[in-house]
Design a binder for this molecule. Structure first.
Ligand code: AMP
Length: 510
């Protein structure tokens, strides 16, 4: 893989008249249109002063324009930096400053609030794009020439930075190269047999590796097409599934579809493939899905830093509760987290991976990067797992107490810090508790100051000002003392046990 991601996509466009993207409203974009529109965005970015290697930060709703902006940024040789639409202005200020972004593209409704934050962070320009795909960057692109000579980029050049949440302290920017993205998407096209005949139902967000890289890059590299939905909506998905051949989702999508009365075997009899990832798909959902539809969901495992690492087989058993085998070109092993000693088959340890999929390191954090790689180049994922006798990898838990809610990562430390800052809080612990809809629900346990006047709704309201909605605890519980071990560490396992059923109780699900 010597070329840039876009050069690899371009080289595979066989027919400019083929449809690349459709919207739910019926608009369609051919590969020829896609070349033109992304060329216009690339021209507009360069006219705005974006130079090769500059970071283009983007916090916008999903639309066709967002897609063209992503491709335009790649063609201009910029580094695409997508940001979760739920991030607050305070959260954005850190990302913009840390990445030293040249440009921020945001929703027009947030322009006032973010322009000040951007200026303070040293960002040169702020442009807008709304949920319908209109805004100042759209206007500039439409006025710019469609012809654009792509800025040459090699496989090792940076294509994107995606911020992961920090377990302690700050978020880290995962640096992904053109070669990382292209090689992984090509491996997935092969593993999942994606061809030009496929139509992917795309209901994932496009600020995360799953919706942005796994879904979009595989579609474009295969010359396939996708139906681009602004978000997951079970009614709309049920309506559009008859026009699709494949779907990629987080486990929540599949449990929501199972809860839909019109979701049955006949509706999806023509489908070729359902893929799940980003969080554990419960064996129960896997089995219920198969019983209802006859389809075995294909579960795969990856992370922002590594792209996709493993996949259940396309042909052969898709084993519930496992994430399958390493993708071609990916080496995977299980090691003792402390000593790094390689463990035998069947033993539980930390999952380590090496291959062309693994990122270049954390943006401007050489020590953190060094700490997460072994001397022989294996990346320490932080996920705990084992390899079974047939070679299937199973993930048993997460090293760092990461919570995954609706496919989004929440690191407890960040939420705890906000809670601890509230008046009347002595200390807090944030855990994930099983949630029927979100996989895990962010749950806060607070030990208040003696006599403090503090309640659940007050805490949730206060946190909404500081944290993206998906990070705000769904339940806040109060105890006199948090359980601690002899070393003084809060025993989160004990808390997880105590509150295991909290979202299973009637009326407690929110
Ligand atoms: P992200 O960087 O947001 O993609 O999150 C990556 C993390 O999601 C991984 O380190 C895993 O902990 C988790 N993850 C992704 N896919 C799966 C899966 N199929 N099963 C269990 N955990 C998963």
């Amino acid at each position: 893989m010597k070329e840039s991601l876009f050069a690899t996509i371009r080289a595979r466009i066989a027919d400019g008249n083929r449809v690349a993207v459709r919207t739910a409203a019926g608009a369609s974009v051919t590969y020829g249109d896609l070349l033109e529109a992304s060329g216009r965005y690339a021209s507009a970015l360069v006219a705005l002063g974006v130079r090769p290697g500059d970071r283009v930060a983007v916090q916008v709703e999903k639309s066709l324009s967002t897609l063209m902006l992503y491709l335009g940024a790649l063609r201009a040789g910029a580094v695409y930096l997508p940001l979760n639409t739920g991030y607050t202005a305070a959260e954005l200020s850190y990302f913009l400053g840390d990445a030293e972004a040249r440009l921020l593209v945001c929703d027009p409704g947030r322009y006032e609030a973010l322009a000040a934050v951007a200026a303070e962070a040293g960002v040169g320009r702020v442009e807008t794009l709304d949920a319908a795909g209109h805004g100042s960057i759209y206007d500039r692109a439409m006025a710019a020439p469609p012809e654009f000579e792509d800025v040459p980029r090699g496989a090792d050049d940076l294509a994107a930075i995606l911020y992961t949440s920090g377990t302690t302290g700050r978020s880290k920017g995962a640096m992904l190269s053109h070669g990382n993205l292209a090689s992984n998407a090509l491996a997935l096209c092969e593993a999942w047999r994606i061809t030009g005949d496929d139509v992917l139902l795309h209901a994932l967000p496009v600020f995360h590796t799953h919706g942005l890289f796994v879904a979009i890059n595989t579609t474009l590299l295969a010359g396939a097409s996708m139906i681009f939905l602004p978000r997951f909506d079970a009614d709309l998905v049920v309506e559009l599934l008859p026009r699709a051949t494949t779907m990629m989702g987080v486990p929540t999508f599949y449990s929501r579809l199972l809860a839909h009365p019109a979701f049955d075997r006949a509706l999806v009899a023509h489908m070729r493939l359902f893929v799940s990832g980003s969080a554990p798909l419960s064996a129960e959902v896997h089995k219920a899905f198969q019983a209802r539809t006859g389809h075995a969901i294909l579960e795969r495992y990856g992370m922002t830093e590594t792209n996709m690492n493993t996949s259940n087989p396309y042909e052969g058993e898709r084993r519930p509760g496992t994430v399958g085998m390493p993708l071609p070109g990916v080496e995977l092993r299980i090691a003792d987290p402390e000593s790094g000693r390689i463990l035998a088959q069947g033993e539980v340890g930390v999952i380590e991976v090496r291959g062309p999929n693994v990122f270049l390191g954390y943006w401007r954090m050489p020590e953190k990067t060094a700490a997460e790689f072994r001397a022989d180049g294996f990346f320490i994922t932080g996920d705990m797992g084992l390899i079974d006798a047939q070679g299937y990898v199973a993930i048993v838990g997460r090293d760092k107490d990461l919570i995954i809610t609706g496919g989004f990562n929440v690191y407890p430390a960040e939420v705890e810090a906000e809670i601890d800052a509230l008046p009347g809080v002595r200390e807090s612990a944030v855990i994930g508790a099983p949630h029927p809809d979100f996989g895990e629900g962010v749950t806060a346990v607070i030990a208040p100051d003696t006599g403090a006047e503090i309640d659940e709704s007050g805490v949730r309201r206060a946190l909404e000002h500081h944290l993206a909605k998906f990070k705000v605890p769904k339940r806040v519980l109060f105890v006199d003392q948090l359980p601690r071990n002899t070393m003084g560490k809060i025993q989160k396992n004990a808390l997880r046990d105590t509150y295991r059923d909290i979202y299973a109780l009637p009326g407690s699900d929110r």
